[in-house]
Design a protein around this ligand. Structure first.
Ligand code: APR
Length: 309
């Protein structure tokens, strides 16, 4: 049985554990810094097994030793930005958490594939890769699968069609600088540029860009976790079943799209070895410009992290 570790058993981590257990992708170890939290949620999920009919073992722990031999490690540990906190404050706090987590992953699960989820995503994935010392193909982040899911949802709402027929493509950094690509977004192979006006597409793109904030504003406390956990489960499945599915993932670029030493959302082939190939799309000049703008924002974040030490 493959072993999947979830570090951070909050809203996203615990819901991801539930989905992964229900999909029977392997045995799950949940961890957290809070004592009792992963144990309690894991026991609750284990007790749902006989009722939902899954055989995945789910256990909780505060001891990193228990993650030994993990095939995949999903990292959701961190804190959310609170009112009054600057971007630098968040970078500093979550950067420190990710460094501490990564040292334990390198020590106890040196052969694992690591999926980072903690925000700011592109920067935390960069820190994770550097601090574990793992090859870049084994460390990547969850962002584009979620953003493309949101884009697909809004397209289906607009057209009144099934979400199953939609294949949405989103590039770039996670957050304000994502780059949805209407030309590569289709409904049963028909590009949405053939199905909707420019203004409608613009409106759906704008809503996708602020997709996370829309949920935060509605919830008042906390942020999204159903769609983020669904995106995590799809990525874990692609790795463990070696499906080679093409998904937009926060991946390390070494010259692709003319960018280097940066983590950014791009389509990749995902399999048992992690990111097996970065797919380079032929971008139109204005699409490339948006991607470069997104890369600039991430680069300046990387510079801030380096300055913070
Ligand atoms: N080690 C392990 N777990 C930690 C640590 C640490 N050093 N620091 C914090 N945690 C745990 C918290 O105790 C908490 O249970 O991480 C968990 C985070 O859960 P939530 O606060 O519920 O946050 P969640 O909504 O799950 O989001 C987690 O994913 O999508 C991103 O922006 C989101 O960065 C955030 C992350």
């Amino acid at each position: 049985m493959p072993k999947i570790t979830i570090i951070g058993s909050g809203a996203v981590g615990a819901t991801a554990a539930q989905r992964i257990a229900e999909m029977e992708l392997g045995d799950i170890v949940m961890t957290d810094i809070v004592e009792g939290l992963p144990q309690g949620k894991a026991l609750d999920l284990a007790e749902a097994g006989p009722l939902r009919g899954y055989d995945s073992k789910v256990t909780g722990t505060n001891d990193y030793k228990d993650i030994e031999g993990s095939d995949v490690v999903v990292v959701t540990a961190g804190i959310a930005r609170k009112p009054g906190m600057t971007r630098e404050d968040l970078l500093k706090i979550n950067g420190k958490i990710i460094r501490e987590v990564s040292h334990n992953i390198a020590r106890y699960a040196p052969d694992s594939i690591v999926i980072t989820v903690t925000n700011p995503l592109d920067l935390m994935t960069y820190v994770m890769m550097n601090a574990t010392g793992f090859e870049p193909r084994r460390v990547f982040g969850m962002s584009g699968v979620l953003d493309s899911g949101r884009f697909a949802t809004f397209i289906a709402m607009e057209l009144g069609c099934s979400v199953r027929d939609i294949s949405a493509m989103v590039l770039g950094g996670h957050g304000d600088t994502i780059v949805p690509l209407p030309r590569f977004t289709t409904v049963s192979c028909v590009p949405i540029t053939e199905l909707m006006s420019k203004d409608t597409i613009r409106r759906l793109v704008d809503r996708t860009v602020i997709g996370g904030a829309e949920i935060v504003n509605l919830l008042k406390t906390g942020s999204a976790y159903y769609a983020p956990s669904a995106a995590i489960a799809n990525m874990v499945e692609a790795v463990l079943k070696d499906t080679k599915r093409v998904m937009p993932v926060c991946a390390y670029l070494e010259g692709e799209y003319g960018l280097r030493d940066i983590y950014l959302g791009v389509p990749v082939k995902l399999g048992r070895r992690g990111v097996e190939k970065v797919i380079e799309l032929e971008l139109a000049p204005e699409e490339k410009k948006s991607l470069d703008r997104s890369a600039e924002a991430v680069k300046s974040g990387i510079a801030s992290i380096k300055a913070l030490g």
